[in-house]
Design a protein around this ligand. Sequence first.
Ligand SMILES: [Fe+2]
Ligand SMILES: [Fe+2]
Length: 279
Amino acid sequence: MRGRITIICENTVTIKGGIGEHGFAAFLETERGNYLFDTGHGEGLIGNLLTFDKDPLSIQKIVLSHGHPDHTGGLPNILELLGDVEVYAHPDIFANRFKITEMEGKRKKQFVGIKYRQIYLESLGAKFSFDKKYRELTTDIFLTGEVPRRNFFETGDPRLFAEVNGKLIPDPFPDDQSIIIRSGQGLVLLLGCAHSGAINILEYAIEKTGVDRIFAILGGTHLDFASAAQMDKTIAILHKFNIERVGVSHCTGLRAASRLYAEFGDRFFFGQVGESLEF
Ligand SMILES: [Fe+2]
Ligand SMILES: [Fe+2]
């Protein structure tokens, strides 16, 4: 499998153009068609696709990494253009989720679930294909489905909660999934926010595909919100895999990205709007 991933929505832009927003979306061009992974927050998606000469009408399927609004916000915009299109996701993308923070002794509870109802998205053309399991998107491209949490150091973001059976609990993110591409140079992992843990995802991708050579990871790693211990262990394990390209974006954050650059040097790149990776 050969192709190219281009970052369409991300928090930052370069001189190449486009607009930045807090969110993530990537356009995947392959020999077997084009796919959209996430949709950003909504403001940048269509304009940025056009800025980088990516034809929105060529999108065969949309894949959602999880339900957060910075990944699902652009759904109505793209659905209005495409009409009927398959949207691959985990059924729990519609969970009620919250971010709870404390500032100067004040507790702030912010809704961070998907902003749209399923019936509304369907009225715009979304044909949801829900599955909790690992599955094939097309030959050599897979979705992880639910990722088993086996590395206990990957504790996730303590500010994020979900409503489960009427109770607020730390968000278990069963819906968090990534794309795995089996390329000639090894696996390419395209991450949304990696709420399942970057190493959990990586190890699961190896287990499911049987390929242990990792060519690249690209996308949000959420490492800026992780503990120092999680960061250290993640980097140590990433070194072991000898990954050729470490491209991070979005919720990786500047501090974590700087650390990864120091660790991986020329193999590191920052996945800003318009950056691309060929495989
Ligand atoms: Fe995100
Ligand atoms: Fe997220």
